[in-house]
Design a protein around this ligand. Structure first.
Ligand SMILES: *Cc1c(COP(=O)(O)O)cnc(C)c1O
Length: 429
């Protein structure tokens, strides 16, 4: 697939080859990362990147959209089916854009939004001080309970009563527990606020029925397509019928020009992959692996925020180990164990040198790793953190990780051949 690149741009070819080697030789534990199938990669690298398709199926501003109309319609219908949503928009360029579009659809500049604090596991676009969302809107942040690490719905309700936000965001980027979207909805409705639910991280778990779905509750649901959902890098919005037109307009002309049709094509493929028994098994194994990894780490004396996990990720509070998050993450990376440093709830340290690291199991689970391998990964983490200044120990772990990963090659497909049925839309054409 890369032979043209090898011939015409050997420098970039060489770098892609290096990145491929890094991805296959490392334990990718960043919870927002995953490996897509060969089918998704091919769709994403296809000629659909050449096409301008501003507008929506059968309502385009450019000619030549006979095929893109069919592809986008299939993507929309697959999204509606697996999320059981009235309406889907598959055009947002990313999760961040999807959130901005949702705000744009529901509220006005100067209105108040209320989302989970960045340092408690929220996302930048939920009204963080560095984000444009806190400049356009008045941002109020709720936190998790610093003692337990859990969301405190009573405290969130009190804060909502006090600030009367126009929109409340439920969703996580570093929260290791399940979220009760129905409670969020009650809180939002009790103060007359809209409810946006951002399931960027957990979309795959929601599709598999392993996390409560916000679709019946929230006014709008935003997501990325590339995290647990295991599609190409992109975003998506789901909503009830009454907001369909608002959302579509907020994207185009509201915020974007031409949709990335190659990405939408790949999203269509990923959504079909997610609509299989194999995917449900996969999502179940993500959770089993996360539980096991958390248990093992706690056995080794690691302090996990909230005392464990019931989703795909966990946050390690490293203060009892005396190693700052960044130093830990860098040392782990030298051992081919790739994580990210992260604030922990109530972290007294600044965000650039926080006390925690965040790890998750979606990518290693895609490689077929199970509980037994989680025990080994916990061992690697323990060894590196406890020998963070000893390069010879780190080098030894590096070699062991390379051996382990070589036994679990990155798969190029996830389901039985021929599993995706031809869509009726294309049969009539
Ligand atoms: C990852 C993430 C996003 C942003 O997605 P991008 O595609 O990186 O823009 C938004 N919200 C949450 C909760 C996320 O975890």
């Amino acid at each position: 697939m890369l032979s043209a690149l090898e011939k015409y741009d050997p420098q970039i070819y060489e770098l892609i080859t290096q990145e491929q080697a890094r991805q296959s030789g490392a334990l990718m534990l960043i919870p927002s990362e995953n490996y897509v199938s060969q089918a998704v990669k091919q769709a994403s690298g296809s000629c659909l990147t050449n096409k301008y398709a501003e507008g929506y199926p059968n309502k385009r501003y450019y000619e030549g959209n006979q095929v893109t109309d069919l592809i986008e319609t299939i993507a929309i219908e697959r999204a509606k089916k697996i999320f059981k949503a009235d309406h889907a928009n598959v055009q947002p360029y990313s999760g961040s854009v999807a959130n901005l579009v949702a705000y744009n659809a529901l509220i006005k500049p100067g209105d108040t939004i209320m989302g989970l604090n960045l340092s408690s596991g929220g996302h930048l676009t939920h009204g963080s001080s560095g984000s444009i969302t806190s400049k356009i809107f008045k941002a109020v942040n709720y936190d998790v309970d610093f003692k337990t690490g859990y969301l405190d719905y009573d405290a969130i309700a009190d804060l909502a009563k006090k600030h009367k936000p126009n929109l409340i965001i439920s969703g996580l980027t570093a929260y290791p527990r399940q979220i009760d979207f129905s409670k969020f909805n009650e809180i939002a409705k009790s103060v007359g606020a809209f409810h946006l639910s951002d399931i960027a991280h957990i979309a795959g778990l929601v599709v598999a029925g392993l996390h409560q779905s916000p679709v019946p509750y929230a006014d709008i649901v935003s997501t990325t397509t590339h995290k647990t959902l295991r599609g190409p890098r992109g975003g998506m919005l789901l909503c009830k019928k009454e907001y369909a037109e608002k959302i579509d307009k907020a994207i185009m002309p509201g915020q974007q020009g031409g949709p990335h049709m190659h990405t939408i094509t790949a999203i269509a493929v990923a959504l079909a992959e997610a609509d299989t028994e194999e995917f449900i098994l996969y999502a179940g194994q993500i959770l089993k692996n996360a539980k096991r990894l958390a248990e093992k780490l706690m056995e080794y004396g690691f302090d996990l925020v909230s005392g464990g996990t019931d989703n795909h990720l966990m946050l390690i509070d490293l203060r009892n180990k005396g190693v700052p998050g960044k130093k830990a993450a860098k040392a782990l990376d030298r051992a081919r164990v790739v994580t990210n440093f992260n604030t922990i709830p109530g972290d007294p340290a600044p965000p650039l040198s926080p006390n925690g690291i965040r790890i998750g199991t979606p990518a290693v689970t895609t490689r077929g790793m199970k509980e037994e391998q989680m025990d080994r990964i916990a061992g690697f983490i323990k060894t590196v953190i406890e020998n963070v200044d000893d390069e010879s120990v780190i080098e030894k772990v590096n070699r062991e990780v390379l051996m382990l990963t070589s036994q679990f090659p990155v798969p190029d497909h996830f389901m039985l051949p021929g599993r995706i049925k031809k869509h009726p839309l294309t049969e009539t054409n």
